[in-house]
Design a protein around this ligand. Structure first.
Ligand code: RIB
Length: 301
């Protein structure tokens, strides 16, 4: 099977489960707490590996004990960690997360070592682009490094997927021409294009050079533009939404798995919706993602 390089963030998530978000100045008692593997890059790498996709992660952890947690959870899920290095000065990236009774989350990130994934790091790791077929990346590491990695990806003949989260203003439009599949949610799409109109936004991004735009619409599902229309694929219904943290990451991995296996966007979106439906029914990000064998594939038909 085609191999994926995931370039991105590695965080440890500190998650409080609350009935509601606190007001400024208020102290609230949470009903549960967990320390989980997180970071959009690590989450997506783990979700892919759990779907049996050969996956190598490029990124940085810190010089602290949290790095052991991160490296072992990536490795135990089947991710190749030979592209991960240890910072000598920063701590491992972390995220403080509140999850409310509806399973929605609020996240504050401290980048730590993720902020050190600089252009030099990309140059030193160029050899990993040799035998991969796809590059998947997000916006939780410096933008200059992302741009260089996308350039290397095209130089080495890789297809590219970009999760534009957390969304940033892009001042250099060069980036778009290197992206084959962009997977924003509705908020990110609006932020990147300054329009609420989904079809118009997709057309703007395509005119800038993105080949395909897949829009994640949360509980509505996801879709893409097909012959001038927005083709929506509804989300897979679940009994109870427990925690949506990482659902977007799981969606992206499901989509990429579908593209690797079938090369067909509608089928890949349906697979993405299905895999994400598992992740929202459990607490935590990476730990909530399904193994390939756990998935009820009949639900696709
Ligand atoms: O996408 C969810 C992830 O965003 C969390 O795991 C957190 O670490 C942040 O990177």
């Amino acid at each position: 099977m085609e191999k994926v390089l995931v370039l991105g963030s590695i965080n440890i998530d500190f998650v409080s489960f609350v009935s509601r978000y606190p007001q400024p100045g208020e102290t609230l008692i949470s009903n549960d707490f967990g320390i989980f593997q997180g970071g959009k890059g690590a989450n997506q790498a783990i979700a892919l590996a759990k779907l049996d996709v050969p996956t190598l992660m490029l990124g940085k952890v810190g010089k602290d004990i949290l790095s052991d947690f991160a490296l072992s959870s990536l490795q135990e899920s089947g991710v190749d960690i030979t592209g991960i290095s240890k910072s000598q000065k920063s701590s491992t990236g972390s995220a403080s997360i509140w999850v409310n009774a509806q399973g929605q989350n609020s996240i504050v990130i401290y980048p730590g070592a993720n902020g050190e994934v600089d252009e030099n790091f990309i140059i030193q790791h160029e050899k990993f682009f040799d035998d991969a077929s796809w590059l998947l990346t997000q916006f939780e590491i410096p933008l200059k490094s992302i741009l260089l990695a996308l350039k290397f990806a095209k130089k080495h003949g890789l297809k590219t997927l970009m999760d534009p989260a957390p969304v940033k203003k892009i001042n250099n439009d060069d980036i778009w021409g290197f992206i084959d599949y962009l997977l924003p949610n509705e908020i990110e799409l609006k932020e990147l294009t300054n329009t609420d109109n989904v079809l118009k936004a997709i057309r703007i991004l395509k005119s800038l050079g993105v080949k395909e735009v897949i829009v994640k619409l949360g509980k509505q599902g996801a879709g893409y533009e097909d012959k001038g229309n927005f083709n929506l694929f509804p989300a897979v219904p679940v009994e109870q939404v427990v925690d949506t943290t990482g659902a977007g990451d799981c969606f992206i991995a499901g989509f990429l798995y579908g593209m690797i296996q079938w090369g067909d966007i509608p089928r890949a979106i349906k697979i993405a919706n299905l895999t994400a439906s598992y992740s929202i029914q459990k607490k935590g990000a990476a730990i909530s993602f399904p193994n390939k064998s756990e998935i009820d594939w009949k639900k696709l038909e």
